[in-house]
Design a protein. Structure first.
Length: 270
């Protein structure tokens, strides 16, 4: 009887999941075709939903970062690699689709914010789309200083979102990521990069990302990815392994998580 009840609960949760929830599930499994199928379903149902287009941009960026092997933990193992000026060879067609999706997301979000400045999904869309633009600029185009203007904009929208909707945990991902990136900059560079409300503290970044890892909706797995990297860099492999094991369990189709977990088996510390 208990098994039947559990099954019914699980079935109900799956049925209640929105197309965007399912799109993120496919995205974290690196099933990009499946992710776009659910995104297209949401766009068809509600063409004026700005978040759908931001999620589409997320899927496109993840696809490109995977192709370029930027998501692998080794990329973040050294601060010097974060500021490496060697430009990646981007896919031009994917780039066009990415920026088209960003533009559509921001246009629709601004329309909603003009009517209601505290619209949660619109604020989240603006924070997410600005952050994604910064990621593309920094990680692919290697325009780090240029990217911080986008992160500053993203952080501003995330702070507004948290002020109006304190329980919107995914917004902490934006501020936490900004903390992490600025904290990774060389000392001299921090003098030239300022974002209001951001200290450049990696410890604070971890605390914010933990909130998302515990209670986030869309970005919970991404917070766990960054936390696994953070703890490895802090020479705490057991903590890193814990997050990677959760990711491997929850997203078994993603080969990256298994690969990173295998690397930890040979980790000898710094």
């Amino acid at each position: 009887m208990k098994r039947i009840i559990v099954f019914v609960i699980l079935l109900a949760s799956v049925c209640a999941a929105s197309p965007l929830d399912q799109a993120f599930d496919r995205l974290y499994n690196f099933d990009f075709v499946g992710a776009h199928r659910f995104i297209d379903q949401q766009v068809a149902a509600d063409p004026a939903d700005p978040l759908s287009y931001a999620v589409r941009a997320s899927a496109l960026l993840f696809q490109e970062l995977d192709r370029l092997q930027i998501l692998e933990g080794e990329f973040f193992a050294d601060d010097k690699r974060l500021i490496d000026k060697k430009k990646m060879k981007a896919d031009p067609r994917l780039k066009d689709r990415f920026f088209q999706s960003i533009g559509e997301a921001q246009k629709l979000a601004q329309t909603r914010l003009a009517k209601n400045p505290q619209d949660a999904d619109a604020l989240f869309t603006m924070a997410l789309s600005s952050g994604l633009t910064g990621d593309y600029s920094s990680l692919i185009e290697k325009r780090q200083l240029n990217s911080f203007s986008y992160y500053k904009e993203s952080t501003g929208f995330a702070q507004s979102l948290l002020k109006a909707h304190p329980a919107f945990m995914d917004a902490h991902m934006t501020t936490g990521f900004s903390e992490y990136l600025i904290g990774s900059l060389p000392f001299f560079a921090k003098w030239f990069v300022k974002i209001d409300g951001i200290e450049g503290s990696k410890q604070l970044a971890a605390e914010k990302m933990k909130k998302v890892a515990q209670s986030g909706r869309y970005l919970k797995p991404f917070a766990k990815i960054l936390l696994s990297i953070y703890y490895l860099r802090e020479d705490q492999p057991a903590q890193s392994r814990s997050f990677l094991m959760e990711l491997t369990r929850d997203y078994p189709d993603n080969p990256l998580f298994r690969k990173e977990l295998g690397r930890l088996a040979n980790y000898r510390g710094k």
